[in-house]
Write a protein that binds this ligand. Structure first.
Ligand code: FEO
Length: 402
């Protein structure tokens, strides 16, 4: 009845699939759902690694008892306090009142903040490198602050060489039968992993780089993240994705053209740019209307490609309202290592192009290609030539890169 897939000796996935929630963190769309992964080690001492989101705590408890029967759970390791993972902690405490909750000093502060009635005597603080002996399995811990909260840590099973990596290497998308990277449509999960990275972890590139360095000496047979598929086929490949994303290293030669258009003229400009990019030989071109496509998908492609061309009409002397949030998010995340082109439209005093320029001026790691192009209504012959020239220059820069 309950799928509790085995990972190594005595290690089980007891996570849950969520196909009901519309938006992750209440703002990121989940068209393919999300999995909250939790792991159970059924050794002499029984240990749970993280829990699941609260609404599925009943299913979660049933999965656990299907494996351990009426045995107790001795430990719950809390790698991360965000409620998509800690949400069922109260239920676990009620079902297993003798359990010891394992975390670090910052974890405890957050537990008390989220769950004021938490019995503090149930908590045991560990430090980096401490060993938790379960019998056959020995667990150790490493702190990975800001990947993606301050208290975040990972747990490593020394015996089975499993890294319980917390949010790192996680992806959106439920586990629809396949659980491992070699059992699924890999491209789909890779895309959803990048979308997860770009929107959830993307601000913390330096911390991700530090975490990868810290974990570099470990022999890892399995990576078990707290969302999405598990990794066993090519561990180095998934680590390389993260290392590159953390440094804004693009995956492919390509361009995102994102635009905001009320009456179609800025859209015409975007389409002209895209056509010229194609004429120049670029095969990976993504054109997005920011009023239609959720910004989380656009963010993912911005992480994927080296080129970004941004166009906005003006709205009340400022950026178009649907363009503003994605630029603010990119600014907050410190976008860098990208070529950027700017275009837009005005009718009286502008504001769209000016707003994009404020964005590019605020980030030192961007290289602006050409001059901003601003049409007044329908693009004139001269404006069309400028748009083509911008596309040619962008394509040249990208295609000439090694
Ligand atoms: Fe999946 Fe940062 O929680």
């Amino acid at each position: 009845m309950y799928c509790c897939a085995a990972i190594g000796n005595d290690i089980y996935w007891v996570g849950v699939n969520d196909r009901k929630t519309e938006r992750f963190e209440n703002y990121l769309p989940l068209p393919s759902g999300v999995a909250y992964n939790s792991y159970l080690i059924n050794d002499e001492k029984v240990c749970l690694i993280d829990t699941v989101e609260v609404r599925q705590s009943g299913t979660f408890l049933n999965k656990i008892t299907a494996i351990i029967g009426d045995k107790n759970i001795d430990y719950l390791v809390v790698n991360h306090m965000e409620p998509d993972h800690s949400g069922s902690m109260d239920e676990i405490l009620r079902a297993y009142p003798e359990i010891t909750i394992i975390g670090n000093a910052k974890t405890l502060q957050m537990i008390k903040a989220f769950y004021p009635s938490f019995p503090e005597a149930s908590f045991k603080a560990i430090k980096e490198g401490d060993i938790l002996d379960l019998g056959t399995h020995k667990l150790t811990f490493a702190m990975v602050p800001m990947v993606h909260w301050p208290e975040s840590m990972v747990t490593y099973d020394i015996t089975e060489k499993v890294l319980f990596s917390n949010d790192a290497f996680g992806s959106f998308g439920t586990l629809d039968g396949g659980m491992w990277d070699d059992e699924v449509n890999f491209d789909f999960y890779k895309g959803e992993m990048r979308r997860y990275y770009a929107n959830i972890v993307g601000k913390y590139g330096p911390q991700v780089t530090n975490a990868i360095k810290k974990l570099g000496g470990l022999e890892i047979k399995y990576i078990c993240p707290s969302h999405g598929i598990l990794w066993r086929k090519d561990i180095n490949r998934v680590i390389k994705y993260y290392a590159d994303w953390a440094q804004f290293i693009p995956e492919k030669k390509g361009v995102v053209v994102m635009y905001a258009s009320m009456y179609g003229n800025t859209e015409i400009m975007a389409n002209m740019i895209a056509r010229e990019l194609s004429q120049q030989g670029l095969k990976e071109i993504k054109v997005y209307d920011v009023s239609k496509t959720d910004s989380s998908f656009i963010m993912s492609d911005i992480w994927k490609y080296k080129g970004l061309i941004i166009g906005s009409c003006a709205h009340n002397n400022a950026l178009y309202p649907k363009m503003q949030p994605i630029l603010e998010k990119l600014q907050n995340y410190g976008l860098k290592n990208r070529y950027v082109g700017i275009f837009g439209n005005m009718m009286w005093s502008g504001g769209g192009v000016r707003g994009i320029q404020h964005f590019t001026d605020s980030l030192s790691g961007l290289e602006v290609i050409g001059k901003p192009i601003e049409a007044k209504g329908a693009p004139t012959h001269e404006i069309k030539e400028e748009l083509r020239a911008l596309a040619r220059e962008m394509a040249k820069k990208i295609l000439e890169e090694i």
